[in-house]
Design a protein around this ligand. Structure first.
Ligand code: C2E
Ligand code: CA
Ligand code: CA
Length: 529
């Protein structure tokens, strides 16, 4: 025998079933974004009974359709009153039993209710539980298609609680996932619940679905959900389900709150088709010669790579599997300075709608401690719901950077050595120069230039120097230079400068493999008597 609910058995009518409302909030802006309608039974003694006491029996008997129609009607009646009051509520979500879906007149009934209360299709969301899809998914898809084409928004309730395949989602005319955050419990030692939720949210965003988390009971759950990009929350932490009068008061209070943000979701029209497997952009992306990724930055600031081409992995030298941990927080492996530079580049690209670039440095990208310098170019693609999308192309500049660093070190080593040499020359009061025998040119040292006023290069040597009175004993010096030209080393005391000061002048001649003199290195040190 079918179970009959006592209230019906006793002949009382549907009026003892009333809608309760549980508000939903955007946790970032604090604004109310909607409410879920939940049926309650008001018993003759005035006490309130929850749905677990009557829904299973009603579903079995088929009476659920009558009750649901009554609840939908009542909920819309209240909603129209609140809309007329100018209260800030745009939509309510009603529960639809699997049984209801097999009634052909359901869509017409809903349209009639909306019309009766002067409401739009967009004012009503339909929650259909995930497990409804277990018996005849094909038929269900058809029914949902009809509802969708009529303009209703479908929410998939209890997402994640059943075992329905994710594959289904792409074929379902569903726009919103309602995810139970129950498995974010503190007893979840493995943190698996958190990871599951994070991947549901990422997946949902990737396929353009909104997510509402329900059953949020604590601040830490709400904070966690926000941190992974889920901002629409419902649960005891915010408010219990309440009757229409209490909800009206809550709405009135909401309407008196100052409007601090223009939270209205403004979406850039879908300018990209990177998520369409057959699209041109996808083909270009996959075969693009450089490393490239599509990045998504959520409202929590986390930057994840939602698509990555093969070349990207070749460049960073890590395979997809190893990178999967970092993929959903790609700045995590960068140094703090690089992470800042990278985020600045994203900001600048988003602000100007153009390209921006930066260089990043990561250590230990593959667990081997390897250092990796990367030149990154980012282009802003679009804003989608709570996230921004970017195109990233990368180039490995580790080798280039290392070479540059080596050059810099070499240069500074040379400078250092010159410095030592300069000081030594200073101490012994030495002058030196290089003499190119064939060219008859000398290259005087820094001290020659500073103290004697010689240029960096002096042609027509020694005549030019004799003319400058550096060698007052001109003829004797010409003789010395002839010896040098013929390949002889020199070590003589000579008078130099117009003041005729005695210097010990030495030349060391170098010869090529045939014995021909090529260059000579000369020094002059004052003779102290
Ligand atoms: P549901 O659609 O998943 O609704 C959410 C349930 O979670 C509600 O239970 C709600 O009161 C409860 N809830 C809200 N916040 C929290 C929280 O922070 N922690 C926990 N643990 N629970 C929370 P309720 O009202 O007892 O409804 C139970 C179920 O009955 C609903 O689950 C829905 O499947 C069904 N139901 C409720 N109203 C209707 C209705 O009008 N028609 C139909 N067909 N089904 C309904
Ligand atoms: Ca629900
Ligand atoms: Ca639910």
């Amino acid at each position: 025998m079918k179970k009959t609910h006592p209230s019906l058995a006793s002949g009382s009518d549907l009026r003892c079933f009333v809608p309760y409302f549980q508000p939903q909030f955007n946790y970032e802006t604090g604004k109310l974004i909607g409410a879920e309608v939940l049926a309650r039974h008001v018993k003759p003694d005035g006490s309130i009974e929850g749905p677990s006491a009557f829904i299973p029996a009603f579903e079995q008997s088929g009476f659920i359709y009558e009750m649901d129609k009554h609840i939908w009607n009542e909920a819309c009646r209240h909603l129209s009153g609140w809309v007329k009051e100018g209260y800030p509520i745009r939509c309510i979500s009603v529960n639809v039993s699997r049984v209801d879906l097999y009634h052909d007149d359901m869509a017409d009934y809903l349209k009639g209710v909306l019309e009766r209360y002067g409401l739009e299709r967009s004012n009503l969301h339909l929650e259909i539980t995930e497990t409804a899809f277990s018996d005849n998914p094909q038929q269900l898809v058809q029914i949902l298609e009809i509802l969708r084409s009529e303009g209703f928004t479908i929410e998939m309730d209890d997402f994640g609680s059943g075992y329905s395949s994710l594959c289904w989602l792409k074929d379902l005319p569903v726009e919103i996932l309602k995810m139970d955050s129950g498995f974010l419990s503190s007893t979840d030692r493995s943190h698996r619940g958190g990871r599951i939720i994070t991947s549901i949210i990422q997946m949902a965003h990737a396929i353009d679905l909104q997510v509402i988390a329900e059953g949020v009971e604590t601040k830490s759950q709400a904070d966690f959900l926000k941190s992974v990009g889920c901002l629409k929350l419902q649960g005891y932490y915010f408010a219990q389900p309440m009757d229409a009068d209490s909800f009206g008061v809550l709405l009135k209070n909401e309407s008196e709150k100052p409007d601090l943000s223009s939270e209205e979701e403004r979406e850039v029209p879908n300018v990209i088709d990177f998520f369409d497997i057959d699209s041109q952009s996808t083909l270009v992306f996959n075969s693009y010669v450089g490393g490239a990724a599509i990045l998504s930055r959520g409202s929590n600031g986390k930057v994840s790579a939602i698509r990555i081409n093969d070349k990207f992995f070749e460049i960073i030298g890590v395979d997809r599997e190893k990178y999967s941990k970092r993929q959903y927080d790609i700045v995590s492996g960068m140094t703090e300075a690089s992470a800042t530079a990278f985020i600045e580049a994203l900001d600048s690209a988003a602000r100007r709608g153009e390209e921006a670039s930066c260089v990043t440095f990561s250590k230990d990208i593959d667990g081997s401690g390897r250092e990796f310098w990367c030149s990154c170019r980012v282009r802003f693609l679009a804003r989608k719901r709570e996230c921004q999308l970017f195109y990233l192309s990368i180039e490995d500049i580790t080798e280039k950077t290392r070479l540059m660093e080596n050059n810099r070190q070499l240069l500074s080593a040379i400078e250092e050595r010159e410095d030592i040499f300069m000081h030594a020359a200073e101490q012994v009061n030495m002058f030196f120069w290089k003499y190119d025998i064939a060219a008859k040119t000398i290259y005087p040292c820094f001290r020659c230039q500073m103290i004697l006023g010689l240029p960096g290069k002096l042609n027509n040597y020694p005549e030019s120097a004799i003319e400058m009175c550096i060698f007052p004993e001109g003829d004797r010096y010409r003789e010395v230079m002839r010896k040098v030209d013929s390949g002889q080393d020199i070590d003589e005391i000579m008078l130099l400068t117009s003041e005729k000061l005695p210097f010990r002048v030495r030349y060391t001649v170098e010869k090529d493999k045939d014995g021909k003199p090529t260059v000579a290195y000369a020094t002059a040190i004052p003779v102290v008597s």
